[in-house]
Design a protein around this ligand. Structure first.
Ligand code: IPD
Ligand code: CA
Ligand code: CA
Length: 255
């Protein structure tokens, strides 16, 4: 199963890479910040066609097509291009993210960092890998020495969930805060120890599914803002190396 997910994530990544820098047909979704391009759609179609051919009974939840069918106990959770704003502006940080669940439990996940050509992957109980090399979380246990990452939802102008106040507080409490623009890559950069923690509000299941498993398999944890267990449908995410988790919970809950 994992090899098949990797195969199609790389194929979809090829579609995305070939579209990078080309003229884009841009449509707006909820507002003028929330874009979709013909490349998001082409990547998604490539993945869905593959799943339908290889696993015709499986359900699919894909960002641009919604939920296609769900009679099977398997569900493919697909973000065909995570980081569309970066992609559309020529910033080479974006990914293809595919997770596969069985009865609501993620069994396998792949995040393909398209321009760096890195496949992050994990299967439950088997560790996390970047291009077949095992990856692990950082050992840092001091928030003041932590490098953090976050992202903003497309309604950030409304300051949902005090996102700006939390951004300021966590920036002050840590060594630094970054904002890359692909949530799936953010999870992987916690998994490989680059970042110590990642937090964001209003993510979607396709942003979370694969990255959450990859981080957990690398030794990290993903919870809600109070440290509670969550599933991929939760919209407040705190994803860390485990060691700075409680300290981040404390700062986040001041608001
Ligand atoms: C977005 C990215 C971004 C995050 C947004 C997501 P999209 O996904 O993951 O990092 O801050 O909340 O919606 O729209 O590029 O697939
Ligand atoms: Ca996304
Ligand atoms: Ca997307």
């Amino acid at each position: 199963m994992l090899n098949k997910i990797i195969e199609i994530a790389k194929e979809a990544g090829q579609v995305v890479r070939e579209g990078f820098g080309k003229t884009l047909d841009i449509e707006f979704k909820t507002n003028e910040s929330n874009l979709v391009t013909q490349i998001d759609k082409a990547s998604e179609k490539r993945i869905i066609d593959y799943v339908k051919k290889e696993f015709p009974s499986h359900g699919i939840l894909a960002e641009e097509s919604g939920e296609l069918k769900n009679t099977s106990e398997y569900l493919w959770v697909i973000d065909p291009l995570d980081g569309t704003t970066n992609f559309a502006h020529g910033l080479p940080i974006f990914s293809v993210s595919i997770g596969v669940q069985k009865n609501g439990i993620t069994l396998a996940g792949v995040v393909y960092d398209v321009m760096r050509d890195i496949v992050y992957s994990a299967e439950t109980g088997s560790g996390a890998y970047a291009n077949n090399k095992r990856i692990n979380i950082s050992l840092n246990d001091k928030l003041q020495r932590a490098l953090l990452v976050t992202g903003f939802p497309y309604n950030i102008a409304e300051n949902p969930e005090n996102a700006f106040e939390r951004f300021i507080a966590l920036t002050k409490a840590s060594r630094g805060m970054r904002r890359l623009g692909s949530a799936a890559i953010d999870f992987c950069y916690v998994a490989n120890g680059v970042f110590d923690g990642f937090w964001e509000v209003y993510l979607h299941p396709w942003d979370i599914c694969a990255g959450k498993l990859i981080l957990e398999e690398a030794g990290g944890i993903v919870t809600g803002f109070k440290g509670e267990a969550i599933d991929i449908f939760s919209n407040k995410i705190l994803a860390t190396n485990k060691n700075v988790h409680d300290q981040m919970v404390e700062v986040i809950n001041k608001f």
